[in-house]
Design a protein around this ligand. Sequence first.
Ligand code: ADP
Ligand code: ASP
Ligand code: MG
Length: 463
Amino acid sequence: MIVMKFGGTSVESAAAIERVAGIVKAREERHPVVVVSAMGKTTNKLLAIAAAAIAGKREEYIRQLHDLRDFHSREARQVVSLSERVDLDCFLDEHFQELTELVKGLAVLGELTPRSVDAISAYGERLSSYIVTLGFRHFGLKAEHVDSRDVVITDNRHTQAAPDFVETNERLAAVIPPLAGRAVVVMGGFIAATEDGVTTTLGRGGSDFTASIVGAGIGAEEIQIWTDVDGMLTADPTILPGGHRVKTISFAEAAELAYFGAKVLHPATVVPAMEKNIPVLILNSRRPEVDGTRIVAETVPCGNAVKSIACKRNITLVNIHSTRMLMAHGFLRRIFEVFDRYETAVDMVSTSEVSVSLTIDNRKNLDAILAELRQFSEAATERGQAIVCLVGENIRYTPGVARRVFDALEGINIRMISQGASLLNLSVVVSEAGLPRAVAALHEAFFAELDPAVFERNEAVHV
Ligand code: ADP
Ligand code: ASP
Ligand code: MG
């Protein structure tokens, strides 16, 4: 068995679903279990509908609901056989009726809880997985739909739920392999349920995580993440187009890149795969002939120090200073207790005797955090910062990496720097305005020469 996950753009239209059917068909003898995201930007649209509802914008949410139904119906009809059209129409009627009622309920309450966010955003994958199942049948595959909420069981931390691996693995092992023996199994990513059957989600971008949970649960031989780029690239293409393809990378490197903003992979994805030592591949559904990126346990010897550069935008720098704490112990503990109490993750930290600088990307509780910090220190914040993170197992073995970073960033104000904590990353904080220039300069410094065993040069840009 293999797990094949197709992201939003890979199932965004009838033509895209047909392409996916072809890709799956070519691998049918490997018994694929297919995990799909919501079609195109459906999750964003559902969240916009929820926002319009609680803002009392009735006309707006009614129109958006119509548009969403039209979109699903139009695309689905082109990939569903005539004999299954009635089923499709019933399915869409039922689901959009339910969804409309839910949205109207929110409008009455005027309040959006994390639990209702999950109930609404789950419709994207509930719809797409069923439509893709019918589409596969239309294109000549035997396909069976499994509702992920029956097999992926989580806690009740809505919008960010964590899987109960014991229960989930038990259910996956009981349900999936027997079905996969006789048909292509299709499931929605991102969505799950609590033990009691209440719908939850794994967080934005969570379909990658579903693929990995399912892959580990059924002992798949491979987990394939099909997306809209050729694989893990040496830089985030939304910031620096024309990065090179990384042919192979370790679990640890991929996890670090994902954590520091490489959206191509949800940060939790590698964990289940790594535990079961299942290779994860990143592949392009528009260019299936490209080999993509292979993420595996062992590192391939590489002549380059850095494998890729990740970035996290919209970061807030918090500077904390307390002369009262000079020579006193417990300063750091007190600071981190505050962030812990407000469930706010800290990404980077740098300290001196009486000062601490750190970065966060979740500002939700920042005012309360600052109020508490100010009880024992001076605390100031700066918004609009970005983390640039160089990742590579070789960084720790290569002398002079920091010098090359500073040389490349000459003229750019570095607000913070950190190396060593995870051994395979070197991160700097710069202003968001300076981010494109910083990434371009670092990319030039570290990827002008490429080890062909690990990278495929993108000839289109670097001529
Ligand atoms: P999907 O819908 O298939 O899950 P995502 O949009 O979540 O796709 O992830 C793919 C996107 O990740 C790419 O289009 C690209 O813009 C972005 N990305 C960020 N960093 C990288 C990187 N280092 N390599 C490749 N893609 C990256
Ligand atoms: N549809 C969800 C999202 O947009 C999950 C995913 O695509 O991975 O976040
Ligand atoms: Mg994604």
